[in-house]
Write a protein that binds this ligand. Structure first.
Ligand code: GLU
Length: 301
């Protein structure tokens, strides 16, 4: 074992976004994080990912804290709130910008869709899609001159800072790997080769939202000394982008553990709007915290 591994205190985190009540899938994530932290003799942190101020609401944050305490979880107070960390995300974006790896982009989601439909009609070929099924950004503004960029960032239309993926992968200077301890379909344990290019030119920040999920999660995991990222399998492929940002920003690489998802009765991933699977709904129906823990941890209990 290296000197670093011997002296590093294991740190785990549960990082919900306060835009709804927690459901059974969140309970599984939080409980697994807590259990793995205890086993490793480490710390369990709570991080409130309230970067999207259009969706984050204080009552949801209060509900999350109530549900987690009811489940028997505790963390060092106060929890980290991403809305309080904007200068750190800005500094990371500025660093990538100085490296020549970001550009301002102006197409809205609707305009991207229209451009992609047009290109598909013209070429007869399907436009490449990211692992979530969204079309890759066409990247028109990648090579704009400095004055044209300035006109764009100083204009009145909202814009997004995007990572120039091809340049970023080149700047990474070689293969990117992560250490995965999750298991099961699509989530084999072992060394996984990251493929950030599958995501195209991802958004790092918008003129109306100061940081993206990818940027803030990577910066915070490093700054909080997170050694183990335990989260749902739906974020497995996103890890490729996080590995790339870690390499570019010279940040440490946590171990990743992507766990199974709890699916709704329709076989689909639970969302915060699934009121019937909210932890609070089970509590209000009289279920004990012990019974809920057993229900979600199941064979992992
Ligand atoms: N905030 C993200 C969510 O609620 C989770 C981020 C993570 O665990 O990396 O889905």
């Amino acid at each position: 074992m290296s000197q670093l591994a011997m002296t590093t205190q294991p740190v785990f985190r549960f990082a919900p976004s306060p835009n709804g009540r927690l459901h059974l899938g969140h309970a599984l994530s939080a409980l697994l994080n807590d259990r793995m932290a205890r086993k490793a003799g480490g710390t369990f942190l709570l991080r409130i990912e309230d970067i999207d101020q259009t969706r984050a609401r204080p009552e949801f944050e209060a509900g999350i804290i109530e549900d987690l305490h009811w489940l028997g979880l505790d963390w060092p107070e106060p929890p980290r709130r991403q809305s309080e960390r904007l200068p750190a995300y800005r500094a990371a974006l500025d660093r990538l910008s100085r490296m020549g790896l970001v550009y301002p982009s102006i197409l809205s989601r609707g305009e991207i869709r229209a451009a992609v439909t047009k290109a598909e009609a013209e070429t007869g070929e399907p436009w490449p899609r990211d692992p979530d099924g969204a079309p890759l950004y066409p990247g028109r503004e990648r090579d704009l001159s400095s004055p044209a960029r300035a006109r764009l960032t100083e204009g009145s239309k909202p814009f997004a800072w995007r990572l120039d993926m091809a340049r970023a992968v080149e700047a990474a200077g070689g293969p990117l790997m992560w250490n995965e301890t999750g298991e099961g379909h699509e989530c084999e344990a072992g060394t996984i080769e990251a493929d950030p290019a599958a995501w195209g030119d991802v958004v790092l920040s918008r003129s109306d939202a100061p940081s993206s999920y990818h940027l803030s999660v990577t910066v915070d995991d490093a700054e909080q000394g997170v050694t183990h990222v335990v989260r749902g399998r739906d974020l497995f492929y996103a890890t490729s982008v996080h590995c790339l940002l870690q390499r570019l920003l010279e940040l440490p690489e946590p171990v990743y553990h992507h766990h199974r998802l709890i699916l709704g009765s329709d076989g689909r991933k639970l969302s915060k709007s699934n009121g019937d699977t909210a932890i609070a709904a089970y509590r209000e129906a009289g279920m004990s915290a012990d019974a809920l823990r057993a229900l979600v941890l199941g064979d992992q209990g």
